[in-house]
Design a protein around this ligand. Structure first.
Ligand code: SF4
Length: 166
């Protein structure tokens, strides 16, 4: 798995102050993709244990509310992310948000994607659709995208986050 960047402090991709990282590789090719460079799975640097340790140290800081994983498309690096997130969860209990261009329903059909989802707390799902772009939305670009409360959802029932509580 490659990644493009790690941000120690990020206030744009989830509630509070979060540590974030951007995995590269995405085959969805959305129109007006926010960063076409990140579609290439070879772009950026290889993720190693050193990066995992760095994230754990960041998350141990009191002022950090949680971790957010973005892409590219994180679910195209499912197996690597399962290992990374499992290690992180052994060492911290901060919330984990993950973004995907795929929908929850589609991801839940694949065993490794389901496993990755279940390691996280919130999934922001769906492609960015230019025609549905809405600047008033919190933490997402277009109105088809959803903030899903993973712990309250089941494969058959999606429960959304109450945005007023964020
Ligand atoms: S899912 Fe994200 S990274 Fe992938 S093409 Fe769409 S906007 Fe770009």
């Amino acid at each position: 798995m490659n990644y493009a960047q790690i941000r120690q402090y990020d206030v744009a991709n989830g509630p509070g102050i979060r540590c974030t990282f951007f995995v590269t590789g995405c085959s969805l090719h959305c129109k007006n993709c926010f960063n076409e460079e990140y579609q290439n799975p070879n772009f950026g640097q290889k993720w190693t244990d050193e990066e995992t340790e760095k994230i754990i140290e960041y998350l141990k800081q009191d002022e950090i509310d949680g971790l957010t994983i973005l892409g590219g498309e994180p679910f195209e690096s499912c197996d690597d992310l399962i290992q990374v997130i499992s290690k992180i969860k052994e060492n911290t209990d901060k919330t984990i948000w993950i973004f995907s261009g795929y929908t929850y329903e589609n991801l839940m059909k694949k065993e490794n994607c389901k496993k990755l989802i279940e390691l996280c707390d919130v999934l922001v799902d769906g492609r960015f659709v230019e025609e549905l772009k809405d600047l008033r939305l919190k933490f997402r670009g277009s109105s088809n995208q959803r903030l899903i409360n993973i712990k309250k959802s089941t494969p058959d029932k999606v429960v959304l986050i109450n945005e007023d509580e964020l």
